[in-house]
Design a protein around this ligand. Structure first.
Ligand SMILES: [Zn+2]
Ligand SMILES: [Zn+2]
Length: 352
C-alpha cells in the first residue's frame, strides 16, 4: 500500500510499504481522511522532534522512517481475534495515543501524560497518511451516521481543545479570551461555545482566520496590530477581564497578553507547543493571584464527548476544512502548501 513516511528533515516520501494486518484485539482501518497538524509541519521543517531517529521509541520499538498522520478517520476493514463490538464497515475515528499502562499517569487514566507516551503517526506502528492503519481496539471510537468521516478527522484537534476547556476550570456562563485563531484556537472557540460560554473573544492577525473566527461565532475578533486586546476584552466583560484566557500561539507576547487580560484570580491556560523556554512575568500573575496552567492532548472521556457533541450539533466544525488533497500530492499540495500559504488554510485533509 502507499504511505507517506518521514525519512528525515525536509524528507517525506510516498513509499510502497506492506499492508498491515489486524492481530488479536486490533482493528484495521481503511483511512478516508487524515488532517495535517502543526506538529507534522514542525517535524517536516525542523525535525526529527517527536519521530524517533537515534534510539527506537520505547513502546513501538521503531525508528524513522515512520508513517505520518495522527488526525484520521475511516472505515473498519477488518477486525482481529477477540474484537466483537466493532463491525467491518463501521465508520470510526482513531484516538492516536500510545501509552505504557504502567506509569503513575497511566494508572490514573491520564495516559496523555504517560512518561513514555507515543503517537500513531509519529512514533511508529503506522499512521493515518496511508491507505490502512492497524490500531488497538481501545484507540477506535465509532462515529454515528450523523458524523461523516471528514468531520471524524477533526475529532483529534477538537479533543485537544475540549480537554483544554475542561482542564482550565471553565464553567458555563463565563467569558474567555483565545489568543491565536489557528486550528486549535478555532477549535477552542467552538468548544467554549459548546460549553456555554457567554463571551468568547479571539485575537488573530491573519485576515482569513479572522473572518472564519467571526463565522464560527466569536463575539469579538481582535487584531493585536490595531486593537488594544486587553482593553477590548475588559470592556466586553464588564471591566473585569475574562475568567479564562487560552494561549494557542506560544509566543512571549501572546502569553503576556493572556496573563494581562485575564481577570484577577482568573486562569491562563497554555495550549500552545513552545519552541523555546518562555519568559513569564511572575509578578503579573502574583499581583492578581492569577493561575497559570497547561494542558496536553486528551484522555478518557474527551474523544467520546467530542463525538457526542458533533452528533447532536453542539459542535459544527465543517468550516475548518479549507482544502482536500490526494495522498500522492500530500508533500507539495499538503505540507508545502500549508507552510507557504499558512494564512489561507486552517485544516487541510489528505485522502489516502
Ligand atoms: Zn495534531
Ligand atoms: Zn504510562
Amino acid at each position: 500500500m502507499r504511505a507517506l513516511r518521514f525519512h528525515g528533515r525536509q524528507d517525506l516520501r510516498i513509499d510502497d510499504v506492506p499492508e498491515p494486518e489486524a492481530g488479536p484485539g486490533q482493528i484495521k482501518v481503511k483511512v478516508d481522511w487524515c488532517g495535517i497538524c502543526g506538529t507534522d509541519l514542525h517535524e517536516f521543517q525542523a525535525g526529527p522532534i517527536y519521530v524517533p531517529s537515534t534510539a527506537p521509541h520505547p513502546l513501538t520499538g521503531e525508528l524513522a522512517p515512520v508513517v505520518m498522520g495522527h488526525e484520521f478517520a475511516g472505515r473498519v476493514a477488518a477486525v482481529g481475534e477477540g474484537v466483537t463490538d466493532v463491525q467491518v464497515g463501521d465508520a470510526v475515528t482513531v484516538e492516536p495515543s500510545i501509552r505504557c499502562d504502567a506509569c503513575v499517569a497511566c494508572e490514573d487514566g491520564r495516559y496523555n501524560i504517560c512518561e513514555t507516551r507515543g503517537v500513531y503517526g509519529l512514533s511508529g506502528w503506522g499512521g493515518g497518511l496511508a491507505e490502512y492503519c492497524v490500531v488497538d481496539r481501545r484507540n477506535v471510537h465509532i462515529l454515528p451516521p450523523s458524523v461523516p468521516t471528514d468531520v471524524g478527522a477533526l475529532v483529534e484537534p477538537l479533543a485537544v481543545a475540549w480537554h483544554a476547556v475542561r482542564n482550565s476550570g471553565f464553567e458555563a456562563g463565563q467569558d474567555a479570551l483565545v489568543v491565536g485563531a489557528g486550528p486549535i484556537g478555532l477549535a477552542l472557540l467552538l468548544c467554549l461555545k459548546a460549553h456555554g460560554a457567554r463571551w468568547v473573544g479571539i485575537s488573530e492577525m491573519s485576515a482569513a482566520r479572522k473572518q472564519l473566527a467571526g463565522q464560527l461565532g466569536a463575539d469579538d475578533v481582535l487584531d493585536p496590530r490595531t486593537d488594544d486586546v486587553v482593553d477590548r476584552a475588559r470592556k466586553a466583560t464588564g471591566g473585569t477581564g475574562p475568567h479564562v484566557a487560552f494561549d494557542a500561539s506560544g509566543l512571549p507576547v501572546t502569553l503576556e497578553t493572556a496573563i494581562t487580560a485575564v481577570r484577577t484570580r482568573g486562569t491562563v491556560c497554555n495550549v500552545a507547543i513552545w519552541e523555546e523556554p518562555a519568559p513569564v512575568d511572575m509578578q503579573l500573575l502574583q499581583n492578581g493571584e492569577k493561575t497559570l496552567r497547561s494542558t496536553l492532548c486528551y484522555a478518557g472521556d474527551d474523544y467520546p464527548e467530542v463525538v457526542a457533541a458533533l452528533s447532536d450539533g453542539r459542535l459544527s466544525p465543517g468550516a475548518l476544512i479549507t482544502a482536500r488533497v490526494p495522498l500522492d500530492e500530500a508533500v507539495d499540495g499538503g505540507f508545502r502548501q500549508l507552510l507557504d500559504n499558512k494564512d489561507q488554510h486552517v485544516k487541510l485533509l489528505i485522502a489516502p
